[in-house]
Design a protein around this ligand. Sequence first.
Ligand code: SF4
Ligand code: SF4
Ligand code: SF4
Length: 254
Amino acid sequence: MKAKPRIAIYKMSSCAGCQLEFLNLEPVLLDVVGALDFSYFVMARRGNLPGPYDIGFVEGAITCGEEIEKLKQARKDCKMLVALGTCACYGGLPSIKNWVPQRVVEGLVYSDLSAIHSTKAYSIDQYVEVDAFLKGCPVNKDELVEFIKGALLGIRPYLRPHSVCVECKLHENVCLFTSKGEVCMGPVTTAGCGALCPSNAKACDGCRGPANDANTESLAHAFLAHGLHKNDIIRKFRKFAGLTPEFSKGVEVV
Ligand code: SF4
Ligand code: SF4
Ligand code: SF4
C-alpha cells in the first residue's frame, strides 16, 4: 500500500486560527486524517516526528531571527511548502506593527525590552521559496480541502483569481459601499471566502489580500470621492496586506 504523504504544520507569529481549521474540517476530518500522515502537528498530537515531510504548512508571519531559522529548516525538510493563511502570505494582522517604530510597538506590549529582539512582520516568501499560498484570516476550509485533494491527485487546485465583489453579487447582496458608503475592500480583494462579511452586512476588510489586477488606486479615489476619512482608508489597506505593492498603491493615493 502506498505510504500516506507526511505532513508538517509549523507555527510562527500567529493566533493559531489557521491550523485550527484542519481540526475543524468536519464532516471530512476523518477522510483527511485517513489520507494524510500528520507527522508534525504540535497542536494536535504528542510525540511529533522528524522530517523529511512531503508537505509543510507554515502559519504565521515571520517576526524574529529564531523564526527565520525555523522557516529555513522547514524549507529544507519539506518537498512542498505552503503559506497557510494571510499572516504567512502577506504578514497579516501582525504586520500592522510595521507602521510604528519597532521599539515603540514593543514597549506597548512588554515592560522590560531587554530580551525582546523582534523584526518587522514579513510574509514567509520574503525568506524562502513558497510553492502555494492559501489566503484568508483564517484560511477557508473548502479551499483547504480543495488544495489537499489537488496535492493528493497531483493537480493544481482552483484558487480564485477574481474579487470578493463577484461572490458578493452572486449572493445578490445589496452593495454596502454604494448603498451605505461603507469602506468595503471587496473590489480589490481575492475571492474564495464566499463574500462572507458582506453577506453578513459587514464590509470586507481585505483579509485575503489583493485580487489579480486589483485597481487599488481607483478604489482609493472612489473612497475619497465618497467623503471617507483618509485614516479609515489607510487602515483598511494596511490591516492585512499593507506591504503588498497593490495595497501600498491605495495608501499612496490618500
Ligand atoms: S491568518 Fe488570521 S487566523 Fe490565520 S494565524 Fe493569522 S491571524 Fe490567525
Ligand atoms: S458590498 Fe463590498 S464586496 Fe459587495 S459588491 Fe459592494 S463593494 Fe463589492
Ligand atoms: S469578505 Fe473580505 S474580510 Fe471577510 S472573509 Fe472575505 S476577504 Fe476576508
